[in-house]
Each structure stands twice: as C-alpha cells, then as structure tokens.
Write a protein that binds this ligand. Structure first.
Ligand code: AMP
Length: 175
C-alpha cells in the first residue's frame, strides 16, 4: 500500500484547541491503527534514507518511538530514545529548549551514540522545530554525525526547518 498526501490528510484527525487553545493537534492514531497504513507510513518516513548508511536511529519521546523503532529494525541500525527528563536510568546529556511559555528538557544516554556514528533523527511531527533542534544538539554533544531528520507530518507554516540549519529534512506530508 502506498500512502498519498490526500489519504493521509483524510485519516489524520485534527483536534482544534488541544492540548491548549490555538493548537490544532494532529492525531495520527487512526493511521497507526490500520495495519497496511502503519506499515506504509513507516516505509514513507524512512524512504529517503533507505539506501544511506545509518548506525543509530534516534526516536523522540513518545510518538517518535512509534516510527523510529521499526525504521531502525528495517535499516539494520540501533534504536536510541531521546526522553523527557528523569525517564532514562543511566548517565545522561541534557538539552533545554524553548516552549511558547517557559522551557523544557530532553535527555539522551551518554553512551547511546559513539563519536562518528551516523544518526537519523525521527519524530512524528515537525512543528516549531525546537524539539528536533534539542535532539540534534544532544547527538552533536556525543560526537554523532547527523545524516538527516525524518518526520511523518510537517507543519510547514511554523517553519521548523529554520531551526535545523543545513540538516537534510524529509517529511511525508506538509501542512
Ligand atoms: P516542536 O518542538 O514545536 O517542533 O514540536 C514537535 C513535538 O511536539 C513533536 O514531538 C510532536 O509530537 C509534538 N507536536 C507539536 N505540535 C503538534 C501538533 N500540532 N500535533 C501533534 N503533535 C505536535
């Protein structure tokens, strides 16, 4: 099954004012619940990187894990979680990033990526880019080389790409 943008738009549920006023939340669970669509979505997210050498696929908590784990398996790469503070049990690197009000933190195990390893960063949605930018900085702290960033959905009107510099960025559907 191939997924086209129109099909995805029809099956991603838009939730206005969730989790707060002014945000239209993209609920991807209707796509994930359809076996063929889930597999096709995973394929589509990884497709531009399918012939590239990748050592580690970094998934961003929590919906990034849904894509990053099967992509790592398919690419023959390791899976590495980037998580909210206090969730990872071993020694971590931390990076703060700005939210609309205040800041948040993401963490990565210090031994999760070796210097020089080639890393793909995966998340479900690229919005303002602050989250992916923090993940990028964490990978750089450990000496990893970023091969690219892959997303299922990009909210193009928020221009998150601006936060990711020269990094190769791919998204399956752009709003
Ligand atoms: P940002 O840092 O603004 O690019 O936000 C990206 C992160 O927040 C991703 O991990 C997404 O899962 C989540 N996110 C941001 N905006 C939305 C949205 N409109 N719908 C669903 N998830 C979102």
């Amino acid at each position: 099954m191939g997924l086209d943008a129109a099909w995805i738009r029809d099956h991603v549920r838009d939730l206005p004012d969730y989790p707060k006023p002014g945000v239209v939340f993209k609920d991807i669970t209707p796509v994930l619940a359809l076996p063929e669509a889930f597999a096709a979505a995973v394929d589509a997210v990884m497709e531009p990187f399918s012939t590239v050498e990748i050592d580690k696929v970094v998934g961003i908590e929590a919906r990034g894990f849904v894509f990053a784990a099967p992509i790592a398996c398919r690419l023959g790469a390791g899976f590495v979680p980037v998580r909210k503070p206090g969730k990872l049990p071993w020694h971590v690197e931390r990076e703060e990033y700005a939210l609309e009000y205040g800041t948040d933190v993401l963490e990565l195990h210090r031994d999760a990526i070796l210097p020089g390893e080639r890393v793909l960063i995966v998340d479900d949605v690229l919005a303002t880019g602050g989250t992916a930018n923090a993940a990028l900085r964490l990978v750089h702290k450990l000496g990893g080389t970023i091969v690219g960033c892959a997303f299922f959905i990009e909210l193009g009107f928020l221009d998150g790409r601006r936060q990711l510099g020269e990094t190769e960025i791919h998204s399956v559907v752009n709003y």
